[in-house]
Design a protein around this ligand. Sequence first.
Ligand code: ADP
Length: 495
Amino acid sequence: MKILMASSEGHPYAKTGGLADMVSALSLSLAKLGHDVRIVLPRYYNIGRSGLHLLEGAMGVPLGGAEEWCAVYNGELPGSPAKNPVQVYFIDHEQYFGRDGIYGNPWEPDFLDNPRRFTFFSRSVFQLCRKIAWFPDILHSHDWPTAMVNVYLKFWERPLGEQGEFAKTASVLTVHNLGYQGIYGKDNFNYTGLGWDVFYNGGFEDWNMMNILKAGLYSADKLTTVSPHYAEETKTQAQGFRLDGVLRYRSADYSGILNGIDTAVWNPARDRHIPQTYTASTLAKGKARAKEALQKELGLPVDADTPLIGMITRLTDQKGVGELFGPAHGSAWAICQDMKVQLALLGSGESWCEHEVKSLAARLPNFKCHIGYGEVLAHLIEAGSDFFLMPSRYEPCGLNQMYSLAYGALPIVRNTGGLTDTVENFDQENGAGTGFMFDDLNPQAVYNTVGWAIWTWYNSRSQIEAMRLRGMKKNFSWEGSAQKYVELYKSCLRT
Ligand code: ADP
């Protein structure tokens, strides 16, 4: 199949979250299966032109009633199979993408011209195909920035009928996080060049605003999200971010496919960032060395017998940080005071939370943090922790709990989204399970569940060891998920 991924992020070029990893990892897995996969990304300012190839001639993109011009660069995705490399195309437009930041910067978190930037980008996808005379069987877009691709296919290209170059192209839209929808004032609708009849409740219109994701959800042939459980949750009012009705309406075409993890990078048997690599049979020794290194690195007392809980997270409401670190009722203080435990956190995000975490770390000897982004420290936390805490309010897929299972750190998680699909709750009757789970998100539930895990550590260590080995055996590689996408693509082919 010819598959075109239209995305605003792709590892290693531009990344703010799991979307970037998924687009590249899925593309590589599909290429390994023999498919002709290409990716189109904006050429953001930070993506250097060296090593890229400039396609001859400028490319015109209709926008509103006019036409805008851009350049196109092309390169190969690192890690591609030699015989079937994934081609990446970069849309180069100085005004829209020649600035720091993908969606915004600290002073302007959501660039004012984002609707225009991503309308332009979505239109450019079709012009690119014309320019390289290559028309995909599947056009796969991701989240609101490229959701409009589906609208253009449906309302602009397909009406051209059999004469149109995209008559045989089917579209798939993947939701990575329903919390971000691209909602803007309706004056931005003029840039789309579409007729106002598309601006209705079954399209863009959302309380008289323009909702780009909503229009995409109505227009794509198939919809997916990044875990089966999140697919179900997003169809409920509680977790549907006001689009649950649309997703219920589209439920026959909507499914969840679990993201995989990069097992070349997140694998304790091959990890270059930890003091000693380990497998299930050398777990005790490898983890003990990593734990000691982690305690030294963060300034925690070096102590093999105290259970260490790790966290790597964006410090935002979605991740349950209010219940943990909220200055009035957060449970982290009580956990660290009442239990013989250590807590190690790596993260960055909302400034109130960064401040609170730093202030707790200053007052508690058994809680240390590193505020910022740290690839190497992230590996050391996974390897050196006995438990891994993720009290997410919602979690479309979540990667860290899968890394934790692979590294023998038992997840303590809320029973939600992808966490439900990847962690099995501990059953102390028969010792089954791979982690500790709770349903309601409140400080007491977090406290109690951490307490349950710590109690089990001190009183039933053999069950902890058995769970760790069970978790390490889980296979979360991309191969299985890529195969599911292939089946989905086949189900909507128009040839
Ligand atoms: P989300 O995409 O919602 O942030 P995921 O668990 O799906 O959550 O993926 C987050 C990814 O980003 C993981 O690979 C995690 O290790 C990484 N990450 C998050 N914060 C940091 C940080 N401060 N330093 C290093 N890695 C981080």
